[in-house]
Design a protein around this ligand. Structure first.
Ligand code: C5P
Length: 238
């Protein structure tokens, strides 16, 4: 994989105009674009096809968490939209994940297209071990649960997980080399941390075993986004 392909640009904007302008500017300097709830719910699913038409690939970050039949149907929709990746909450359980993977593969073969990679969301990085115990009634440390859930997601046929840089090495060790790890919270040395607390540089994330890194503000808000992406690519290639 080329260094640029590892970068997933977070399109955290409200309008199609802003999103497509970023795609036009950066499609040849990043591997994919992440469309989350903000953009998807503002402009609708057609944004996925529009980004594809401009030469981008799309990670649809809607974190499905529903009964197996409903989540599986949403997975079929992601396949018809030609998403490159989409995600589901591992907390939805084995039956849900298995149904999602099966339906995604079936829809892709029916259409004669590549199935999107299905990623699992482990424990949201905003959740602490204290919240896990006191609110979710789970008596385990976050890191322990994250690794156990990553293994479960792999057993259900998911392609990989979204995880914090702090968890990457443990997941890599437990799940082996072929399981995708996508990590946010990335900050090059020259970028502002903003509200991100536990951050890693692109190089560190790669060294810890991440396949893809979700990067938003360090590129989007740079004075020259193409130059910012180029600097990150260079750092990854070193
Ligand atoms: O601008 P920034 O690089 O912080 O953007 C990171 C992106 O990754 C945002 O879209 C954010 O919602 C997402 N994300 C995150 N931390 C997580 C999960 C997702 O920052 N734990």
């Amino acid at each position: 994989m080329q260094a640029k392909d590892r970068i997933i640009l977070a399109l955290d904007v409200d309008t199609e105009k802003e999103a497509l302008a970023l795609v036009e500017t950066l499609y040849d300097r990043v591997g994919a674009f992440k469309v989350g709830m903000q953009l998807f719910n503002s402009v609708g699913p057609g944004i996925v096809q529009k980004i594809n038409q401009l030469g981008g690939r799309v990670f649809v970050d809607l974190k499905f968490h529903d009964i197996p039949n409903t989540a599986a149907a949403a997975g079929r929709v992601m396949t018809r939209l030609d998403a490159f990746m989409y995600n589901v909450h591992i907390a939805g359980g084995r039956e849900m994940m298995t149904a999602v993977v099966k339906n995604t593969a079936e829809e892709a073969s029916r259409l004669g297209v590549n199935p999107p990679a299905v990623l699992g969301v482990t424990v949201l990085t905003s959740i602490s071990s204290t919240q896990l115990r006191e609110e979710m009634k789970v008596d385990k440390r976050v890191e322990e649960l994250v690794v156990e859930w990553a293994v479960m997601a792999q057993e259900c046929g998911l392609s990989g997980v979204v995880a914090s840089p702090q968890e990457t090495a443990l997941i890599r060790e437990a799940c082996g080399p072929d399981f995708l790890i996508v990590t946010p919270g990335i900050r090059p040395g020259w970028a502002a941390a903003g509200d991100q607390k536990r951050i890693t540089t692109p190089r560190e994330a790669l060294d810890q075993g991440a396949d893809y890194m979700v990067i938003g503000r360090p590129i989007r808000q740079a004075a020259d986004p193409r130059e910012a992406a180029a600097r990150i690519i260079e750092e990854l290639e070193e």
